[in-house]
Design a protein around this ligand. Sequence first.
Ligand code: IMP
Length: 430
Amino acid sequence: MVVVGAQWGAEGKGRVTDLIAGAARATVRYQGGPNTGHTVVTDAGEFRLHLVPAGLLRGREAIIGNGCVLDPVALAHEVQSLEERGIDIGPLVISRDAHVILPHHRLYDRILDERRGADGVGTTRQGIGPAYADKALRLGVRVDDLLKPDLADRVEAAVAPKRELLGSTLDDEAYSIPTVVERYRRAGEQLARHVDDAGPRVRASLNQGLVVFEGAQGTFLDLDHGTYPWVTSSNPYAGGAASGSGAPPVAIAEVWGVMKPYVTRVGGGPFPTELHDRDGALLQERGREWGTTTGRRRRCGWLDLVALRQAVEINGIERLVVNKLDVLSGFENIRTAVAYRARTGQRLARFRYRRDEFAGLECEWEDLPGWDEDIGAARHVDDLPRAARSLITRITEATGVPVAAVGVGPHRDEIVWLEDPEALRARLAL
Ligand code: IMP
């Protein structure tokens, strides 16, 4: 099963993985790196995971797949802090083929994005794009290289082509090759017990039971299928789960899309339903919409059914999970975009991304009534106000996909299951 973000990211995928993970053999991250922040709230408090798959909190095998990029120093730190909080880190597996983010990748990421000026991607500055670029250029350093005698040569080979662009900043101690090699080798030693051939482990787990592939970011941040160039440098959409983990595509049985009943986006790029008014500020404030990794304010807008239908189509989403429904309590009207209108006046009912026309799109709205009640205590569909249920019905009507669960608060238990748990168990052979 793949859990993907059905919008631009930050929809609560970690929470959904966490919910399913209890019944799964393994959870697998297949793309992205520490640009992501998956928050899971348990009785032991809040966990902000950057690279570690959420299933580790449930004691499940947690695999960081070959399609990920990682900073070994930051990962060693994340693993250590989880261990200090009492989490058993034994089931963590790191693919030896995953690529390593080097310190100069972060510098390069920042310089490139600053040079783009107002049109910048607004990256998380974690060095994600440059690390994937080096992977594609066949200059990348892999986890497997960390403890090899030629690590310094590999780091030098990756840095060399960028010396001119990065200039004298590279003279800084933090970028000196011996320093980097020393720090990375030490982190490599700390992580060594987890490093393995992850592909065979993923395939073995698939033969034994349910495996949850945990997408990071979201469908429209996909390098190929998103709003390029305002995207991340990997493939978060469900198709990435196979190449990023070594799973045979046919073994991936079900795709779940995670969304909010409104839209948020961090960084630059087009956003047809974005709000610049009081409603946008309210969504931002009530939803506490700040990026988990960067602390940046998330841009907020109304639910975009055009984009959502596209996410369903391209990922093959079979179930939706709507998080943060409680954030909409108190809005008199809830707007949903049902079509776009191009500058030429043409009505677009289907999502069609063109860089030059997308920024100027207007939305055709359909309004639904809001509700006032606080829904945080709801645990059953009958506990939800009628208007909240109508919104869920509207989402299903617009997409043709059932909503399996609705999040009404941040704690892992603050959820209303709409799909009968028994039927779910039977379908997923749990
Ligand atoms: P990068 O992934 O750091 O290269 O950033 C590329 C774009 O993806 C920027 O607009 C980021 O704000 C966005 N982005 C990256 N990771 C996440 C995430 O986990 N959630 C939401 N947006 C993200």
